[in-house]
Design a protein. Structure first.
Length: 756
């Protein structure tokens, strides 16, 4: 964090506030990723920030004019394996782009880089990239700028970063590594002995016997990448929370309602107040108990691997509660003053999901979403290997040593970061999340530098969020640049213009719940995460690229004459949650021509799922059975009129069992299965409808034809014999982790295919 106050300003505000707000440790990655200005005197920092702000304000829009010659994208795993470009996928990309794309190379994490047939104006290139993002075959897409390349090289080794002793390595082959051969070879290659510390998905964390300077660690990573067995290697660098703390003070939530700088939340709430089915992971310092979060917090996990940093007596464990991150002087590096605990994760969680309309406290953006706390930040921040593990676990992917997450997130918020290029292991983890349809929002950072120099906001496929003021301009501390996707309230200036949320009054360990105010991009990102969760509650079938497209298209323009109004340094505009939700067409209204929505319901007392495409039945359940059956928000599409369906469409049989032990429905698109149940289970399963709706069948390998999506079927493996059907990959992961049994064709168990 950079100092917000000059010496003169410190004479007009409480000394304690000035001391805290001037502390450089918490808001930036000092000693973690090596912020170059971390050791400069306060006045030099203030002069630097002033120069940045003046430059942004002085640059005319024309000065930003540039062309784009290259783009980079990642195919969805179903469209192509990482680093591969199948002919069908290539043809689709060319059609979507509307101009020739020439494959020029690939990244070590499997991204594809293309050269455009001719340079495009930045606005035209941005529109092209958004077309690609909107397609389900594309995981993420972005323009490649000269600044991005230059800054990536600049951050290869950060001379101001603290020493480290860990490396993240992914092997080129998926086979189990032969450590007896590899470790001695690698130790010889880098000139230092290494051992295996732990595993994160496909990434291995190696540990040196003693810490070395960051430049040496970066050189070791580069040297490892010359080994044919290594796909990539990264130094493990450090990361901190991206916020500017303050003393507890109750105030108003201008960020939700202010007509200039707010997010227009009431308009969004008129259409959607959220759904408990939407899980938002807060990858942060953990969480404390607060009345405003009662009933809204799911079981999470603590991924801090260093017991000293964790401050809870051990390393990784199943308790994501925040024990405090207080420190003494010099604990986080020479000259770093001590600080009381920040309760950062609680603050961020409150902005997303504080209990609303309860006559007390504050309002969260989403009235019903549940928070999944994933702890990766402790004393002096955290490390990117723990962040990578936290992302994977939040997505529901298996992480060695941790239990499966039965509640995968649909939105992940990370209000953390530091100055470095995106670690490749973190990009891999983000790709896993994106492939499941998870929206990832990340704070752009508080260093007043180009965001392309700040990770993980500079990772591909994420929504990088800059901080704006109540006056609708860029906050003085906020990172900027073309990589910022959207700006949202982060606060600045007078305390009345800061952000209000939840906190705790404990100076070290947790004590009593309170409210507090603060400023930082940390508090801008959760506003976007909350808005995204409202959009997904309205249409659960949106992809991350489509969510970003709607948020960007509905953003309010910055006022002319402001630093953001004069150029593209602050993203598409100011977040307008009201317009974003209005611009989100409900799932049930997006049915392809000739089809109808198949609506899913959940009965909590029996843990049963039920679905129907029959309009009168949907109306009856919604009005007469709503206390028992609640819509989950999950929708897929099918035909009810065979005359409108393709010639190869097949009917779905629907059975019902009236037995008290079962009291459930069963659906199948296989005629053989329909006939078997009808013939062998009379009285147990009653055939209600031989053609509840029509769908397409996959091939023997479980592959669906173009223009359709796989529908996955799961069996609860209990005597009540309930099934669930979904096209949502996050739901699919959740059912697997809940140990429901997949049933269908091919390795992914596809029951049938739905038009899209």
């Amino acid at each position: 964090m950079k100092s917000v106050f000059s010496r003169r300003e410190c004479m007009t505000i409480p000394l304690s506030l000035c001391r805290i707000a001037s502390n450089p440790r918490r808001g930036e990655a000092r000693r973690r990723v090596g912020t170059p200005l971390a050791e400069l005197p306060m006045m030099q920092k203030l002069v630097r920030r002033l120069v940045v702000v003046l430059l942004l304000g002085a640059i005319a829009p024309g000065a930003y004019a540039e062309t784009v010659s290259r783009i980079r994208l990642m195919l969805h795993p179903y469209a192509g394996a990482p680093g591969e470009l199948p002919a069908a996928a290539n043809a689709r990309l060319q059609t979507l782009a509307g101009l020739p794309l020439t494959l020029a190379g690939k990244t070590r994490t499997g991204g594809l880089e293309f050269t455009l047939a001719q340079p495009l104006d930045i606005d035209v290139a941005t529109a092209l990239v958004q077309r690609l993002r909107n397609d389900r075959s594309v995981l993420w897409a972005e323009t490649v700028s000269a600044d991005l390349i230059a800054n990536s090289k600049l951050l290869a080794a950060n001379p101001s970063a603290g020493p480290g002793k860990k490396l993240m390595v992914r092997l080129a082959a998926a086979a189990s590594p032969n450590w007896a051969v590899l470790l001695p070879r690698w130790s010889s290659l880098i000139g230092a002995s290494v051992t295996v510390d732990h595993q994160i998905g496909d990434v291995w964390v190696l540990k040196l016997a003693a810490a070395v300077p960051d430049a040496t660690l970066a050189a070791m990573a580069s040297q490892l990448e010359t080994d044919v067995s290594v796909q990539y290697a990264d130094p493990v660098r450090r990361v901190t929370a991206q916020r500017v703390p303050n003393d507890p003070r109750f105030g108003t939530q201008w960020a939700l309602t202010d007509p200039v700088g707010g997010i227009n939340a009431p308009v969004a709430w008129d259409l959607q107040i959220g759904s408990a089915a939407q899980v938002v992971a807060v990858i942060d310092t953990g969480i404390t108990q607060h009345p405003e979060l009662a009933g809204r917090v799911l079981p999470g996990y603590d991924f801090i691997s260093d017991p000293d940093e964790a401050n809870d007596g051990d390393g990784r464990d199943s308790d994501p509660s925040d024990p405090g991150d207080n420190t003494g002087d010099n604990a986080c590096g020479d000259g770093a003053p001590g600080e009381s605990s920040s309760w950062h994760g609680t603050f961020v969680s409150g902005l997303i999901a504080a209990n609303t309309n309860n006559g007390d406290g504050i309002a969260g953006v989403n009235w019903n979403a549940r928070i999944l706390p994933v702890r990766v930040l402790g004393r002096c921040g955290g490390t990117f290997d723990d962040v990578a593990a936290g992302i994977l676990w939040a997505a529901g992917a298996p992480v060695t040593g941790a239990p499966l997450n039965p509640n995968p997130a649909r939105v992940i918020n990370m209000s953390l970061g530091g100055q470095l290029s995106c670690p490749q292991a973190v990009q891999d983890s983000i790709n896993v999340a994106l492939a499941q349809g998870i929206v990832v929002t990340i704070a752009a950072g508080n260093d007043a530098i180009d965001v392309s120099m700040f990770a993980p906001a500079n990772c591909s496929g994420v929504i990088a969020v800059g901080a704006s003021t109540r006056q609708g301009d860029r906050a003085s501390y906020a990172n900027y640049g073309r990589r910022v996707d959207i700006s949202a309230p982060g606060g600045d200036g007078n305390q009345t213009d800061w952000i209000l949320s939840l906190s705790n009054d404990g100076q070290s360990g947790p004590a009593s719940p309170i409210y507090a105010i603060g400023i930082g991009t940390s508090f801008a990102a959760p506003h976007v995460a909350g808005a995204a969760s409202l959009m997904l509650a309205r249409n659960a079938n949106l992809t991350p690229g489509q969510v970003l497209g709607i948020i960007s298209a509905t953003a309010r323009s910055f006022r002319a004459g402001t630093s953001c109004g004069n150029g593209p340094a602050c993203g598409a505009g100011l977040l307008d949650a009201g317009f974003a939700v209005q611009g989100t067409i409900p799932s049930s209204q997006t049915a392809p021509p000739g089809t109808v929505p198949v609506i899913e319901y959940y009965r909590a007392d029996k843990d049963h799922y039920f679905m129907t495409a029959d309009a009168p039945e949907i109306a009856f359940v919604d009005t007469q059975l709503s206390p028992t059956f609640q819509r989950t928000g999950e929708v897929f599409f099918a035909w009810v009129d065979p005359a409108l369906a393709p010639a190869n469409a097949v009917p779905v049989c629907r059975f019902y069992s009236p037995l008290p032990l079962i009291d459930s429905h069963f659906y199948t698109a296989l005629d053989s299965e329909c006939q078997f149940v009808f013939a062998h289970w009379p009285g147990t399963w009653i055939l209600e409808n031989r053609a509840a709706f029509y769908v397409l069948l996959p091939d023997a390998g479980g592959n669906c034809q173009a223009g359709t999506l796989p529908v996955y079927r799961f069996f609860d493996n209990r005597n009540d014999a309930n099934h669930r059907h979904t096209i949502d990959l996050t739901v699919r992961r959740a059912m697997i982790n809940r140990l429901w049994v997949p049933e269908g064709s091919g390795p992914n168990a596809v029951a049938f295919c739905s038009p899209v």
